[in-house]
Design a protein around this ligand. Structure first.
Ligand code: FES
Length: 67
């Protein structure tokens, strides 16, 4: 399933990155590009990170892609 339409990033890709190393939403965005365009996928991507035991929505992610 696509999480980020702007960048064509799937849930599977996000899970792979998040499982390889602990990361914040900001780091996830830097690696995958998720959330850097319209930002509408940021909330769901944050939730995925949290579900995987990563930092997820810790405030910093809210500004990612919000432009
Ligand atoms: S859907 Fe992810 S930045 Fe637009």
């Amino acid at each position: 399933m696509y999480v980020c339409i702007c960048r064509g990033i799937t849930e599977k890709q996000i899970r792979q990155v998040a499982q390889q190393r602990p990361c914040s939403m900001q780091e996830l965005s830097a690696v995958t590009g998720v959330g850097v365009d319209c930002g509408s996928c940021t909330e769901y991507a944050c939730q995925l990170l949290q579900d995987l035991g990563n930092q997820g929505c810790d405030g910093e992610c809210l500004s990612v892609g919000a432009r």
